[in-house]
Design a protein around this ligand. Structure first.
Ligand code: SF4
Length: 348
């Protein structure tokens, strides 16, 4: 049976027309599914019993299940989420003074195998559906409300997987999250983070949408980037930066460069100079990210003094730069640490 949540509103209306049901019924059901997050047809109390039975015979609602909840000392919450087929993913809620950010996964595992990333060690099993991405946001929103009494303010597609390799479902999920029939969040509150797939960046620039784009840069020359991110072999910096400029032209949104500082790998003044050269190629901000050492990875977190020196060096040269402190380290919820350990029983 088909998952009813794969349909956009217009598609659902067309399905209902085929069933001889009026358009407004499809709209009612759409509202139950997305606005009210109904998890069974029985909850849809303004539908007749016959229609509910009919729907049950034709469709399923395939919800995800909150399987493990881990809370960090700093308030960060990591969820181990079980999908209908039993596979697991992780989503994270990061509270900060005025903000609560949801970091969502877009794939089960990841095919890109960046050398520093725990998710890259898991093989990519499948793409998430738009509904599964949406459900993570709904769940993480509940935790944001429980923590601070306030809704999520931001969503970043920076969890497990490369969002642009699950292009259709990621775009569909953004449309649902920002739709008045869904969560009605502003597009500017959403950031999609990519390892750098030039063709897909060009495609999304033409979507007429206004969300933000982040590039997981982590090294500022092809020579170094090739060593830690295989994706750079097929999408070198020149190609990616052409695509980023196109994105900026189309959206007017500055690009965020995510740059994890690794000890004695990319933290010297020469590295900072190479980074400044890239910074001057497209309107951008730089986020310097603290790495959390991952077992089996030779790259290590840069020392605090080297990090501070690196940031000062950039700042003095007029670069807009911020250090993103690591959050949720004690529960392996920080950047690059999502690896379904809770599923493996390593964390309870
Ligand atoms: S950093 Fe992102 S793209 Fe690279 S392996 Fe990890 S999840 Fe995949």
């Amino acid at each position: 049976m088909k998952d009813i949540r794969i349909f956009l509103q217009d598609e659902l209306i067309a399905e209902f027309e085929k069933m001889g049901e009026p358009k407004f019924r499809a709209k009612q059901i759409y509202e139950w599914l997305w606005k009210k997050s109904a998890r069974s047809f029985d909850e849809m109390t303004n539908l007749s019993k016959d229609l509910r039975k009919n729907l049950q015979e034709k469709f399923v609602i395939a919800p995800v299940v909150e399987h493990v909840v881990q809370k960090s000392k700093d308030g960060t919450v990591k969820l181990g989420i079980q999908l209908q087929d039993g596979r697991m993913i992780e989503g994270v809620m990061i509270p900060d003074r005025e903000r609560s950010t949801a970091c969502v996964s877009s794939q089960v595992g990841c095919s890109l195998s960046c050398s520093f990333c725990a998710t890259g060690f898991l093989k990519r099993e499948r793409n998430l559906t738009a509904g599964e991405i949406y459900d993570q946001v709904v769940m993480l929103n509940k935790h944001a409300l429980a923590h601070s009494g306030k809704q999520l303010t931001n969503i970043v597609y920076m969890g497990m997987g490369e969002p642009l390799l699950n292009y259709e479902n990621v775009m569909r999920s953004i449309r649902l999250i920002t739709s008045p029939d869904g969560l009605n969040m502003a597009q500017k509150r959403i950031t999609v983070s990519t390892a750098g797939i030039a063709k897909a960046i060009i495609r999304l620039s033409d979507e007429g949408m206004k969300f933000n784009l982040a590039l997981s840069l982590h090294a500022a020359t092809d020579e170094k980037r090739d060593r830690i991110m295989d994706i750079n072999l097929a999408n070198n910096l020149e190609t990616v930066f052409e695509a980023l400029n196109y994105f900026y032209e189309k959206t007017g949104n500055k690009i965020t460069f995510e740059y994890i500082l690794f000890d004695h790998f990319n933290d010297t003044p020469e590295d900072a100079d190479a980074l400044i050269q890239l910074y001057n190629k497209v309107p951008a901000f730089i986020n310097i990210i603290e790495y959390n050492n991952v077992e089996g990875v030779t790259l290590k977190r840069a020392k605090a003094e080297r990090r501070d020196e690196f940031v000062r060096y950039l700042g003095k040269r007029g670069v807009e730069v911020k250090v993103r402190r690591s959050r949720g380290k004690d529960i392996d919820a920080a950047c690059g640490q999502l690896a379904n350990k809770s599923e493996a029983g390593e964390i309870k």
